[in-house]
Design a protein around this ligand. Structure first.
Ligand code: ATP
Ligand code: MG
Length: 468
């Protein structure tokens, strides 16, 4: 069944139909390198590329409609082949298109923000809801001014729930995403220090994150993390602005919260939790690692509760939660060592959250830390690398590897910590470094791998000979 008619898209985007060929569509694309068969191609203009130069390519890839801000002279003949809508601004049109479609959906829309753990919470939420109902969710970290519209537009018409990750680098960005998605349920999982270079203080980050609560519609259900002052305090202005709004909360400290979880045992392969969802006591063993994930699990369970799943259903579905690529992934190796691969990304908060688990990790062999540069820290980069190496050096590792620009700072931090083990600290990754790791790896060892996306710490993994 087609999702949209040409006229509907033109109305939502306030566009003008320049040519009318195909008139029904179900998918949207923005990348001419991908298969666009039957899709509406939205010609976005980026800093480097302007898709208006590749309209012929979009049609060659199968697009049957084009959303453009102008139709260049050389492409006038495309009018005979595909439908074309002209709008003043294609990005704004994509957002309006998504908002128009969102309004036509019967699905409940869930908006998730937070400094760390957005994708993880989104995946957990989708896994719990998806156990019982038709659930659509963002791909990867599609969480910005074009990722959110594309997530909404890719939702099937008959979805019961659409889970949308919402990210930000600057104040006002969450507001814009909230206006596009008009969520029915929202949460800010936690406030950390990611993007501190743009915001100056953590209070400013919290203020920008709280837009998810303040800018959502009055009847939206708002979910709060009680355990952080910065997220707890977001409740006051919200309660003043929306005295009638339903507010739920989660906590690992307060059993009175709507969702209260605590960790029973922490293993590399699993997290054993117990607690209360509303008044229903329960326990679950979840195949994920790390106490930092408790926040994400509580947020997901509270969302599921707001979606009217029963506490019993939620307890039953919790063991289905898994993390996405590079987020605390557990990998076994040929020699019988274990890798905790957390190399999707890193900032000081998520690095600390990971390191916090290391002293409690039981290992029969060595504990080996493999770290990469934490990027985007601006003027605080050097100091942050000294600090994190200081923590890493006293976390119980026997060997520590580091690659990245701040290698000198990292070495300084290790020295400061009094680290007595072996360290391999250098500016760039090298084959020799991977081979060193391979040579030292033995049965029973645990290798913890983490760095920023750009540091590509996954390059170490093949040297450990993973089994899965
Ligand atoms: P991005 O802003 O890059 O989209 P994100 O907020 O979606 O990130 P995830 O991809 O879920 O976050 O996780 C990124 C990293 O943060 C992973 O290393 C993960 O282990 C860590 N992490 C996840 N949840 C938390 C948390 N609640 N507190 C601290 N670190 C966390
Ligand atoms: Mg993400």
């Amino acid at each position: 069944m087609a999702k949209w008619s040409l006229d509907q898209i033109a109305e939502w985007t306030q566009g003008q139909v320049l040519s009318r060929q195909q008139t029904t569509f179900s998918e949207v694309g923005t990348d001419t390198r991908q298969n666009l068969t039957g899709q509406v191609f939205v010609a976005l203009k980026g800093d480097v590329y302007d898709a208006h130069a590749y309209l012929d390519q979009a049609c060659a890839q199968g697009a049957t409609a084009l959303l453009v801000h102008e139709l260049p002279e050389k492409f006038q003949s495309l009018k005979e082949k595909v439908s074309i809508i002209q709008v003043p601004d294609t990005l704004k049109a994509l957002q309006n298109f998504a908002n128009g479609y969102r309004r036509s959906l019967k699905a409940k829309i869930i908006g998730i923000t937070g400094s760390n753990g957005k994708t993880t919470t989104k995946e957990f939420t989708a896994q719990i809801l998806g156990t019982y109902r038709k659930t659509h969710y963002s791909q990867g970290s599609f969480n910005n001014h074009w990722g959110v519209p594309l997530t909404l537009l890719s939702a099937p018409v008959d979805s019961d729930f659409v889970v949308v990750e919402m990210g930000m680098n600057h104040a006002g960005e969450i507001t814009q995403l909230v206006h596009i998605a008009e969520p029915d349920i929202v949460v800010c999982t936690m406030v950390g220090t990611a993007h501190l270079e743009f915001f100056g203080t953590q209070q400013n980050i919290a203020k920008a994150k709280s837009e998810i609560y303040l800018e959502s519609k009055p009847e939206c259900i708002r979910i709060f993390n009680q355990d952080q002052d910065l997220t707890f305090d977001m409740m006051y202005p919200v309660a003043r602005k929306y005295p009638e709004s339903r507010m739920l909360s989660f906590s690992e400290l307060n059993p009175e919260a709507d969702v209260f979880f605590k960790i029973e045992t922490l293993k590399v392969k699993e997290l054993h939790i117990s607690g209360l969802i509303a008044t229903e006591h329960g326990e679950a063993i979840i195949p994920i690692f790390g106490k930092q994930n408790l926040v994400n699990l509580m947020a997901a369970a509270t969302i599921a509760y707001a979606c009217k799943l029963s506490p019993e259903q939620i307890w039953k579905a919790l063991p289905n939660c898994k993390t996405a690529w590079g987020r605390n992934q557990f990998i076994q190796t040929e020699v019988g060592a274990e890798i905790l691969f957390d190399g999707y990304n890193a900032n000081p908060d998520s690095m600390r959250a990971l390191l916090d688990n290391v002293p409690r990790l039981l290992s029969q062999g060595k504990k080996i830390g493999v770290f990469g540069q934490m990027k985007e820290l601006g003027t605080q980069s050097r100091a942050a690398h000294i600090d994190i190496a200081d923590v890493a050096g006293s976390s119980g590792f026997q060997q520590i590897y580091f690659i990245g620009e701040d290698h000198e700072a990292f070495a300084e931090g290790l020295k400061k910590s009094g680290f007595q083990g072996q360290s391999f600290v250098q500016a760039e990754f090298s084959e020799a470094l991977g081979q060193q790791l391979q040579q030292d790896l033995a049965s029973g060892d645990i290798v913890v791998v983490k760095g920023s996306r750009g540091a590509k710490t996954e390059r170490f993994v093949p040297f450990c000979k993973p089994l899965n």
